[in-house]
Design a binder for this molecule. Structure first.
Ligand code: TMP
Length: 219
């Protein structure tokens, strides 16, 4: 019997450990012989990667308005949903996406203070019916997250140059969203070591989707 596709998104602010946990989870799921599609936002399609460069590194982006920024993130997502996510889910793959529409709600809606109702309408237009089955929020203190992020790579991109209060707003925005959509979100303490975070994520997968390692495999 064909397996049902599963759409899991990872959210959290810079340095919360999303990429590491996505890598660990994809290895685990592949060991269970699932097809796993790993994506990131913005990006993951040729159009999306061009939008990512424009948003993060293009010199002209310093003049970008919050409204234009919102629409560019939405454009990248609209492309990704139709070009990659829907076909992958239809094949029965597990799609792991590093950020999705909740990032827009939090970064553009809450932290940039755009009208949340408009942000929600644009998000809806971009994704249609394609919503995550599960969103893992890796929660981490804003200052700690920024320290981790700046330790691991070179020059900060445009979004990483925002100030402390922007990142406090991002963190709080995520926590509020997780409460509002508690059926879809799982809050994971991202301050713990990689192995503990990985176990917490596996536990969620076990509880929600009966996915587990060992002889039982994946159901
Ligand atoms: P990262 O995921 O590689 O850290 O970079 C993506 C950056 O873009 C990050 O600062 C969050 C930001 N972002 C938004 O502001 N809105 C969005 O909708 C998305 C997907 C990302």
């Amino acid at each position: 019997m064909a397996q049902a596709g599963l759409f899991i998104t990872f959210e959290g602010s810079e340095g919360c450990g999303k990429s590491t946990q996505i890598r660990r989870l994809s290895e685990f799921l592949r060991s269970l012989e699932r097809e796993v599609v790993v994506l990131r936002e913005p990006g993951a399609t040729p159009i999306g990667e061009s939008i990512r460069d424009l948003l993060q590194y293009d010199a002209s982006a310093s003049a970008m308005t919050p409204e234009a920024e919102l629409l560019l993130f939405a454009a990248s997502r609209a492309q990704l949903v139709r070009e990659v996510i829907r076909p992958a889910l239809a094949r029965g793959a597990v799609v792991l996406c590093d950020r999705f529409l909740d990032s827009t709600t939090v970064y553009q809606g809450v932290a940039r203070a755009l009208d949340l109702h408009e942000v929600s309408r644009i998000n809806d237009f971009a994704v249609g019916e394609t919503l995550p089955d599960l969103t893992l929020l890796l929660d981490l203190d804003a200052t700690e997250g920024r320290c981790r992020a700046s330790a691991r790579k070179g020059p900060a991109d445009r979004m990483e140059q925002e100030n402390e209060s922007f990142y406090e707003a991002v963190r709080q925005g995520y926590l509020n969203l997780a409460t509002e959509h508690s059926g879809r979100f799982e809050l994971i303490d991202g301050s713990r070591d990689e192995e503990s975070v990985e176990s917490a994520i596996r536990e969620v997968l076990m509880e929600r989707f009966q996915i587990q390692g060992g002889s039982d495999g994946i159901h």
